[in-house]
Ligand binder design. Sequence first.
Ligand code: CA
Length: 230
Amino acid sequence: MTKDAPRVLLVEDDKPLRATLAATFKAEGYAVVEAGSVTSAKQRLGEYSVDLAILDLGLPDQDGLTLLADMRTRGDLTPIIVLTARDDEASKVRALDLGADDYVTKPFGVAELLARARSALRHGIQVRGAAPVVRTGHLEIDLSRRVVTRAGELVKLSRKEFDLLAELALNIGKPVPHERLLEAVWGSVDADIRYLRVYIGQLREKVEIDPQGPTLISADAGYGYRLNQL
Ligand code: CA
C-alpha cells in the first residue's frame, strides 16, 4: 500500500456486502476503512482522514442521512456516494439535497460503483484544486476563459448556454438539481423549467457527437442534469 492510496470509508451493515466491497476497493489500490453503523463511522472519521465515503442509508443505529447531514454541517466536503434501495426515491433526493455527491441503487455492479468512486474522487480533487479547465470525452471547458472546444474546434455558445454548461462542469459527474441550474443561469429558482429543457437541447446540439443519443449531458428524471465524466 503506497502512502498516496486514496482512503475510502465503507459504511454498510450488511457484512457480506461490506466484505465484498472492501476486497474490491483494496484490489483497485484503495486503502479501506470499514464501519457498520453511524456511531462507528463517526469514530472512524475521527481516527482517519478519508478521501471518499460509501454510505448505506439503512443502518442499525441511525439513518445514514444523519451522518451525511452531520458531515456537511461540519464543513466536511469528503465526496460521499450513497447506496439506496431501488424503491426509495425520496431518500435519494434527500441525500443529494443534503450534499451527497452521487448515489448508486442496490443491487448494483461493483464496476459501476468503482466508476462512480473514481468520478467522485476526481471531483473532490477539483474542488480542492479548483481546476479551471474541465475535460470530458472530446469536450474541453475552460471555465476562467469561458472557452469551449469540441475535438479541438471552438464551440460558439450563447452566454446562457455557457453558464449552464459551466454549472454542470463545476459539478462534473454529479447530478445538479433543476433549481440550482435555474438559479445559476436565470438567477431565480422560479424560472420556467421549460427554458432549461430548451437550453439543454441546444447545448446537446452543440457539444454532443450525436445529439439524439447524448452521452455527455444526461438527465436524472425528476431531479436534474449531469455532465458525465467520460
Ligand atoms: Ca443496510
